[in-house]
Design a binder for this molecule. Structure first.
Ligand SMILES: Cc1cc2nc3c(=O)[nH]c(=O)nc-3n(C[C@H](O)[C@H](O)[C@H](O)COP(=O)(O)O)c2cc1C
Length: 210
């Protein structure tokens, strides 16, 4: 699929075909493709909970404005952004640093510098911790939707949910922010997709403060 077809073809799809499941290998491919997204220092502070079980999706739906697509899609993802994903001792921070050393991009003696930079960039306030986690996870989430489209799947991102209740319902540790939920499946062919929505033009996007 051409990139232009992927980017223009992706839509937030409201209705999912209840008779068309998402094969496990396709979901894996989608997630691993999206995992190629970039992140600051390659720290990749994202995780996913994959809900397939109807009862689990219903539990989520009751805290997500009762949006039917949460339980109608064959797969619904809870996208997690780890606000601790820059801290020394964290599993993936340690893995990342040793990969940097292995790849010759850092030396063991630079560890204090590395930890100090992460602390000053990402750890000086709650707002920075959340911004760090969510900006990186946002790239991953967009990549998930584009990867899905390129594999013939449809998606729907949602932030219409009660974050505290979703935390509680699924025992999600406090270090995770939940930037969005994402329904994944196939558009229901007996429904009509709404016309494409407006987008800001070049002139509306580009600003100057001088
Ligand atoms: C972070 C995010 C949260 C969203 N939350 C919801 C939601 O809770 N419910 C919903 O119906 N649509 C939601 N949307 C879908 C948007 O309304 C939709 O993407 C936008 O109108 C553009 O339409 P398109 O994706 O079909 O191009 C969300 C989209 C994003 C990116």
């Amino acid at each position: 699929m051409e990139f232009k077809d992927v980017i223009y073809g992706r839509r937030a799809v409201n209705f999912f075909d209840p008779n068309k499941d998402v094969p496990e290998d396709l979901l894996r491919q989608m997630i691993e493709t999206a995992g190629q997204a970039p992140s600051g220092f390659n720290l990749q502070p994202w995780s996913l909970m994959v809900l397939r079980d109807k009862a689990d999706k219903m539990r989520l739906q009751q805290h997500a404005w009762k949006q039917p697509k949460v339980s109608e899609a064959p797969v619904t993802l809870i996208v997690l952004a780890d606000t601790d994903g820059w801290k020394p001792g964290h599993q993936f921070v340690e893995k990342n640093f040793s990969e940097l050393v292995k790849g010759g991009m850092m030396k063991e003696e630079q560890r204090d510098w590395f930890d100090g930079v992460c602390q000053s960039l990402y750890g000086t306030s709650e707002a920075r911790r959340v911004a760090y986690a969510c900006k990186n996870t946002g790239f991953f989430a967009m990549a998930l939707m584009l990867a899905a489209k390129s594999l013939g799947l449809d998606t729907h991102p949602m932030d219409g949910f009660d974050i505290e209740r979703v935390h509680q319902e699924f025992n999600i540790p406090e270090n995770y922010w939940i930037p969005l939920l994402m329904a994944v499946g196939y558009f229901r062919s007996d429904k009509t997709l709404l016309p494409p929505k407006w987008r800001k033009s070049y002139d509306e996007i580009v600003v100057s403060f001088e």
